[in-house]
Design a protein around this ligand. Structure first.
Ligand code: GDP
Length: 321
């Protein structure tokens, strides 16, 4: 059997790094698209960077994408690159659209021209639902994005489906909800909490300031999510799926669980700081995972509690070493 080849954009991010590890384990030859002038932190891929081929290209530049695809001749392409922090999408709305929306057009067009039999995974996001009129959301729930990031992801989602319909390409969208891991940045609340709890336990901090404690999210483990992405591209027919845990927990429940892991009472350390409040909080974002469960047999392996424990343990070890 010939070795399968995969190209990943966003290789240096959380999902890209886990996906690359998964594909290397499965014997793939892995290529990563990385911006030449990227100031990206390579920490997440240092431990396996000798086993992958880095190709330089940019989602802003069509010809670089065509060159990379022509060179790598990938069987599978995973587009995990984007400007992914929602608040920044308000300060850089046009650049967010360039990468997150038009970047996908350029990528699809490059696939159509250079490797039309490649299978394509597009990372859609629950942010496309914004203010959904039903909860939980399904693959048929209307998109009502409420920030430039969600708008850009909605465009990319529909372009991916349009290329499937118009050109018969094997293209899929996975609508992921928040997914977390020790490789998540501390600007996101999950890792902020596990990291600060570990600091408090070790005497390196004495308080944790948060925004809205009642905000609820559907959190799953990034390793579970990337497995779903890979599984989607192994099916006979391309299709779009929600990738989520199917459950929500509040920030307060997350805080309680994380402090419990280290035997401390959260109320002694947590205070609410309006600076961390969101002006446009989405309402009850929670994914219905019936379709992906029944059609391709995926469901998360890691529970919420298990994920919190794993991340607190990681942060304790990292800060103590
Ligand atoms: P995202 O909004 O799903 O991309 O992820 P975040 O981790 O940034 O935020 C998750 C939720 O936690 C949002 O509803 C925030 O309003 C809430 N939240 C509460 N306190 C904080 C905080 O201190 N930092 C962040 N980032 N979010 C917070």
């Amino acid at each position: 059997m010939t070795t399968k080849k995969a190209l990943i954009t966003g290789l240096t991010g959380q999902d890209g790094s886990y996906l690359a590890e998964l594909l290397l384990d499965k014997g793939y030859e892995v290529f990563g698209l990385v911006r030449r002038s990227s100031s990206s932190n390579l920490d997440r891929i240092n431990h396996f960077s000798n086993n992958i081929q880095i190709l330089s290209g940019d989602l802003l530049d069509q010809s670089s994408l065509m060159d990379v695809i022509a060179e790598a001749q990938p069987d599978e392409i995973y587009n995990l690159a984007s400007q992914s922090y929602v608040p920044i999408s308000w300060t850089q709305p046009a650049l967010t659209a360039e990468y997150t929306a038009l970047g996908v057009s350029r990528l699809l067009e490059s696939i159509r021209r250079c490797k039309p039999n490649a299978r394509f995974y597009q990372a859609s996001s629950s942010e496309v639902f914004g203010q959904p009129d039903e909860s939980p959301q399904t693959e048929r729930t209307a998109f009502r994005p409420r920030n430039p990031y969600g708008v850009a992801k909605a465009y990319a989602h529909w372009m991916t489906i349009n290329y499937r319909q118009k050109y018969n390409l094997y293209t899929c969208c996975g609508i992921t909800y928040t997914h977390e891991s020790p490789r998540r940045g501390t600007e996101f609340v999950f890792r902020k909490i596990t990291h600060t709890v570990a600091q408090i336990k070790l005497g390196l901090a004495n308080e944790l300031k948060l925004g809205n404690l009642e905000a609820r999210r559907d959190w799953c483990y990034a390793k579970d999510a990337v497995y779903a992405m890979w599984l989607m591209l192994q099916q006979e027919q391309p299709n779009d799926y929600i990738i989520a845990s199917g459950e929500t927990y509040s920030v307060k429940e997350l805080v309680e669980c994380a402090f419990n892991c280290v035997g401390l009472n959260w109320e002694d350390y947590v205070s609410v700081d309006p600076a961390f409040y969101r002006p446009d909080e989405p309402v009850q974002l929670v994914g219905c995972i019936d379709k992906i469960k029944t059609e391709i047999g995926w469901q998360p392996e890691y529970s919420f509690n298990h994920l919190v424990e794993l991340m607190v343990d990681y942060d304790l070890k990292k800060l103590s070493s």
